[in-house]
Design a protein around this ligand. Structure first.
Ligand code: GAR
Length: 208
């Protein structure tokens, strides 16, 4: 199955680049139907345009959270999005948005990558918080999104070490390399085998 995804970015879009590369290399059977950003200056949008992808950039400034989300949902309607793929999208999504992607199986078709081993080090600074805590092993989590921040059924986790002479920069660089391998792999597994193949527990996490 060729997965139709909308990729959401707020920043430099290195995960978007990794996903595009995997598609172009034939390792990921997916099509990016739209790249969405809340930051019209995000470098990720430049990456998208360079690859001829459709972009939808809408600043959240001056809009309520609900108004902003509604305009994005409206734009995505009709594009046949199978999964929303959050790749450094630094906005918390409310249930108004999530419900637009509610699956009959009882989950939201929204995936996130987080730069720590959840449930540790939630929030916007996963690398910095794990490094400052002094962890010897950290990792990356890819998970389905629910109404709680950095929470929802885990699809994959991959660990990486913090080495004795690491700085935050070298630690983060090691983690990003893991992200760029893991996210396309997870999406390929969904495209090839379905979302259930990645879950240890049944999908009944959506509150009604
Ligand atoms: C990535 O490290 C991603 O895991 C993180 O933002 C970065 C985006 O980088 N996401 C979060 O912290 C979400 N809580 P990118 O724009 O280069 O892909």
């Amino acid at each position: 199955m060729r997965l139709k995804i909308a990729v959401f970015v707020s920043g430099k879009g290195s995960n978007l680049s990794a996903i595009i590369k995997a598609i172009e290399d034939g390792a990921l059977g997916a099509s990016i139907v739209c790249v969405v950003s809340n930051n019209p200056d995000a470098y990720g949008l430049t990456v998208a345009r360079e690859h001829g992808l459709e972009v939808f950039a809408l600043s959240h400034k001056g809009l309520s959270r609900q108004e902003h989300e509604a305009k994005i949902v409206e734009h995505l309607q009709g594009l046949g999005v199978d999964f929303v793929v959050l790749a450094g999208y630094m906005r918390v999504l409310t249930s108004h948005f999530l419900n637009a992607f509610k699956d009959a199986d009882g989950f939201f078709r929204v995936i996130n990558i987080h730069p720590a081993l959840l449930p540790s080090f939630k929030g916007a600074n996963g690398y910095e918080d794990a490094f400052a805590y002094g962890v010897k092993v950290s990792g990356i989590t890819v998970h389905l999104v629910d109404e709680e921040v950095d929470h929802g059924p885990i699809l994959a986790q991959r660990a990486f070490p913090r080495l004795a002479d690491d700085t935050i920069e070298t630690f983060k660089q090691r983690g990003l390399e893991v992200e760029h391998a893991l996210y396309p792999e997870v999406l390929a597994a969904i495209a090839n085998h379905g979302i259930h193949s990645l879950l240890l527990n049944s999908l009944k996490t959506v509150r009604t």
